[in-house]
Write a protein that binds this ligand. Sequence first.
Ligand SMILES: [Zn+2]
Length: 369
Amino acid sequence: MTSKPSPAFHAEAMINRRKLLLCTSAMLAASPLSVLSQPVRVPISDMHSHYGMFSRRMGDSGLAQEMREQGIALVSWKLVADARWIRSTDKGIVQVSEPVPGELSRYFNAALDRMSAYLTAQKLKLVLTKADVDACIAGESGVVLSSEGADFLEGRIDTMDVAYDKGLRHLQLVHYIRTPVGDFQTTEPVHNGLSTMGKQLVEKCGAQGVLVDLAHCTSAGVDQALAIAKVPVIWSHGWVDGDGGDWRDPYGHMKRRLSLAHAKKIADRGGVVGLWGLGFSRPGPGWAVGLGDTRGYAKEIASLVNKIGADHVAFGTDIEGVGLSWSVNNYTHLRSVVEHLQDMKLESSVIERVAYGNYARVLKAAMRV
Ligand SMILES: [Zn+2]
């Protein structure tokens, strides 16, 4: 409204205010203080979750029920495309075997079919279009089928059409096994970032309407993808620290650092950076979040908001991906992270963007329909 409010407008506003006061005093009489102290329940999005894939059995994981109970609007449910060929060691996750031709594709299709069957059985919404994203923000719980690693392509970009038809809408380019797509943070680089195929894959995702996720990419790969992408991209999970990680760093989580400069660069192009729900029994400098420490995780979120802006930070919990080292391990925990942000008195519009709005925005920006 740009014109001066009319006297009638003022009168209406006064009446409404009086009504509100009457209502409030009636509510206070009915249940003292609890009404006023009850924070608004904002929807939640998670840009990276393996819920029901590793430490829980998918069929009875409780994911659907928890999503509904906790008001989870959108979960990027990440199939781990190279899971069969990697192992966790004390220096981080490494490749331990080589897939034979055809194996990665078969593994991916079988896993995606299991995920789709779960969604059907649980009547969870499969998020395929911008309208689906809106429906989830409006109150329905929905799942974005996603892949951590494009290994299933086995170097063939046209296979993306099959994955798209099966419902894939969010693709992380690389993970932990050697791939024709490009380099990743935890192993010595050999492609100088993305390969030619990796660059074509970024273009293909743009043409199809699949959100590009650069998590695990080297800084050279991030730069190259940002130069190609015509819509915002994300870094779904990890943390932001100084100059970023190096494949020679002693621990896995050190290697997985995104530099602040690259976080800002992703943000400058309208993208979003997700922080993982990692938690240590003895938290040290850098990622100072303890086991089960939902408040510590909330503080890291607030700190990143100060560094790169509220439009560019989101949750990327990596539930079940961080193993036993978690600060959040289910959606009741993530709900309490949001409550901590509310207790910390972050503006409600900031909390809304971080909690669900930013992921919804970039998903819709990537989607063609
Ligand atoms: Zn990961």
